[in-house]
Write a protein that binds this ligand. Structure first.
Ligand code: PMT
Length: 410
């Protein structure tokens, strides 16, 4: 239900915190990985050790912990998550969120996150009904914070009314429903290529390029985040395999083509890999010796298969949407347009890879999305942002097609 989703659970200081070990257990049972942050007050109701034992991950509580900051910056905690849950969310925490206060780790993470935030309030009925809380809730809803509960029932203080935290299974179901609605590419299957290919000269030497895999891996992760089933075919890189993405590791262009063909069928194909255009004709079986004379070894190159062109060929197995990249150092748009036509793909992402732009290996990219309808000039942004924009653009494309075919058949 929550397969491979990364949940950041922020536990604040209310009596309902005693239910959070069960919430962690149920989130894990549903397939999520869970990291917990506890406020000082929460630790009066639930021990970090209990949450750590059940989540199998370190529990964070201190904004100024040198060890935690060394291991992982606090911003990273919320960036690495797919979704942030505040449960229980006290009246105090809702007020802090509404005001944007960042005076502890929980508040700082909630202010720094770029991920969806869901809250499960828990408080006395009078606190829930207080005008201050009503205003805070209204403000948070306006900012797209999603509320789960609270439920009506008997409170720990003996009063009856609205303010009980929803039960752990209701919270898990609400998270699953939210993620489902956020998954416009659910049911679609994508193959993404990433990184360089390496073409051996002899058993120890090879020809390669400077691709780091950052862009291709980010695209695979962004598609997965929209519910797509993704197979990433990657050349050698230092990037970790994206969580929830099936990753196939290859070396040469021919290996990459074979892995792509094995991964078929697919609805979407994205060629972000920097595939070597040529390979060495005859790989030496032994290390080539330095002879010391004037005769330098000669390397004869032959052309590699073009994976993007092969996948783009019309036929029953052709993915509905084929997206290439064009790495250019001059007349970027013109060359990219020519590649789109020559290779037969549907869209091409043109990026300027001149040395000063640092597109190869860097963290940012400036992309021009060329489709048959025209060009979109995207601003320079992080490769993660490029990936998310492209994934959204793909989701919109399929949504528009469903709309059109729905109209046609009506
Ligand atoms: O990996 P990073 O460091 O994050 O850098 C990202 C990137 C700059 C490598 C990426 O954004 C990018 O531009 N990838 C394509 C690089 C490339 O090889 O471009 P090209 O213009 O030479 O090739 C055009 C297209 O054909 C590409 O989609 C490429 O994957 C594909 N191709 C090329 C040759 C070949 N034999 N087979 C292919 O499929």
């Amino acid at each position: 239900m929550l397969n491979a989703k990364r949940v950041l659970l922020i536990v604040t200081g209310g009596i309902a915190a005693y239910k959070t070990p069960e919430l962690v257990r149920q989130l894990k049972k549903a397939g999520a990985s869970v990291s917990c942050v506890v406020t000082q007050a929460a630790q009066q109701f639930v021990t970090p050790l209990t949450l750590q034992s059940l989540s199998g991950d370190k529990v964070y509580s201190d904004l100024f912990s040198l060890t935690d900051e060394h291991e992982m910056g606090h911003i990273e905690l919320s960036r690495q998550a797919d979704i942030v849950i505040v449960a229980p969310a006290t009246a105090n925490m809702l007020a802090k969120m509404a005001q944007g206060l960042a005076d502890d780790l929980a508040g700082t993470l909630l202010l720094a996150t770029d991920k969806p935030v869901l809250v499960a309030p828990a408080m006395n009925v009078r606190m829930w009904e207080h005008a201050a809380t009503r205003d805070n809730v209204a403000m948070l809803k306006k900012r797209a914070i999603v509320f789960i509960g609270p439920d009506e029932g008997e409170m720990a203080c003996g009063e009856w009314g609205e303010g009980r935290m929803s039960e752990p299974e209701e919270i898990v179901a609400a998270i699953a429903a939210f993620l489902d609605a956020e998954a416009p590419l659910k049911g679609k299957r994508a193959i993404v290529t990433s990184g360089p290919t390496v073409e051996p000269i002899d058993p120890v030497r090879y020809i390669a390029n400077r691709s780091s895999g950052k862009q291709g891996h980010a695209i695979a992760a962004a598609l997965k985040d929209l519910g797509c089933a993704v197979i990433l075919v990657s050349g050698p890189t230092h990037q970790p395999d994206p969580l929830g993405v099936q990753t196939v590791h290859v070396e040469s262009a021919r290996d990459m083509l074979a892995a792509v063909e094995t991964a078929f069928p697919a609805d979407i194909f994205i060629a972000a890999a920097a595939v070597a255009d040529w390979r060495v004709d005859l790989q030496a079986p032994q290390k080539i010796k330095k002879s010391g004379g004037a005769a330098l070894p000669e390397i004869k190159l032959v052309e590699n298969p073009d994976i993007l062109a092969a996948v783009s060929k019309p036929g029953p197995r052709r993915p509905a949407l084929v997206v290439g990249f064009a790495a250019e150092t001059e007349t970027v748009i013109e060359h990219a347009r020519a590649k789109l036509a020559k290779k037969g793909c549907d869209w091409i992402c043109a990026n300027d890879v001149s040395a000063e732009r640092k597109a190869f290996g860097g963290d940012e990219n400036t992309v021009h999305l060329i489709t048959r309808a025209g060009i979109e000039d995207w601003p320079k942004q992080s490769k993660t942002a490029v990936a998310r924009k492209l994934a959204r653009r793909i989701a919109d494309h399929f949504a528009a097609q469903t709309h059109v075919s729905g109209k046609t058949s009506a």
